[in-house]
Design a binder for this molecule. Structure first.
Ligand code: RIB
Ligand code: CA
Length: 291
């Protein structure tokens, strides 16, 4: 079967799971990583970190493109996580914008091929994706979106949605094919100390870098990595997650702002409702580093 062409749209550098998802994408023959786009707070610095990871993993030809740093309306606190400490040079001099890259990659001038749609995998706030869909509606029949974000089983907002609720509302109302992998399933997929030790024991520069990123992140977070973002990626080729068609509405007002609520109406997304967590963790461990 042909590899699925994907763009990973990431807020790499705060939580550790974006780097883990990128590593999985690089070691999964079922996907062809067409590019990495960055988003939120300081997209250029995130691009430097993503490129550093790609270089270390021997994949520096994969394009990295910085996108929107500012959410559409939602204010944000500046400041990035501790993983950036490992960068000696964190200046991003590249031109080009993630939104242009996404539009070009979707080949809007050509007939859509339903058998081979470009897959967008947003694992951060949805700003880049919303701006791309709003600027170029021709994208809608030419992409499918598999996103990590949201939560329907508890009355609380999830980070990627609450950081840019307007962007999330644009995406969910766009009519694009969407799969939502939310906290309802990702919170059940955690790494244990033994998994982290297995990664640390692997030889090579890639393992060394991932271990160092995990160490820096754990120094601040004090807990084990949760496989939020890798799980969204794994659903592209592994049946560890069960989906059901639902309609998701993004609350934009009051105390519910940022929540993803299921409403009784025509479905607009495939929503993750259950996960085989041991299978997902095993699939992650088998792909996070080269054999
Ligand atoms: O809520 C989990 C999401 O927020 C993940 O994408 C994680 O990386 C953080 O950005
Ligand atoms: Ca993320």
């Amino acid at each position: 079967m042909k590899a699925q062409r994907i763009i990973l749209d990431t807020d790499i550098g705060d939580d550790i799971d974006d780097a883990l998802a990128l590593a999985v994408a690089l070691h999964s023959p079922e996907v062809e990583l067409h590019g990495v786009t960055t988003v939120f707070k300081n997209a250029p610095r995130r691009a430097v970190l993503a490129r550093h990871l790609l270089q270390t993993f021997g994949r520096k030809k994969i394009p990295v493109i910085a996108g929107c740093s500012k959410p559409l309306l939602q204010p944000f606190e500046p400041g990035l996580g501790s993983q950036f400490q490992m960068l000696e040079d964190d200046v991003w001099n590249e031109s080009g914008h993630a939104v242009d890259f996404i539009v070009q990659a979707a080949r809007v001038d050509e007939e859509p091929d339903p058998e081979n749609l470009l897959t967008l995998v947003p694992i951060g706030p949805l700003t880049n994706i919303a701006v791309a869909l709003a600027r170029e509606p021709e994208l809608i029949p030419r992409v499918r979106i598999v996103l990590m974000g949201g939560q329907w089983s508890k009355p609380a907002a999830e980070w990627n949605i609450v950081c840019d609720p307007e962007a999330a509302a644009i995406v969910f109302n766009s009519g694009a094919e969407i799969s939502m992998v939310g906290l309802d399933v990702t919170m059940r997929c955690c790494l244990e100390a033994a998994h982290i030790e297995t990664i640390a024991q692997k030889a090579g520069a890639s393992a060394k870098l991932l271990s160092e990123l995990i160490r820096l992140w754990q120094r601040d977070s004090q807990h084990a990595p949760v496989l939020h973002d890798p799980l969204a990626l794994l659903t592209l080729f592994d049946d560890c997650v069960k989906f059901e068609d639902k309609r998701i509405e993004v609350a934009l007002c009051g105390e519910e702002r940022g929540r993803t609520i299921i409403v009784e109406d025509e479905p607009n997304a495939r929503v993750a409702v259950d996960v085989d967590a041991p299978r997902a963790v095993a699939a992650f461990m088998s792909r996070v580093l080269p054999k």
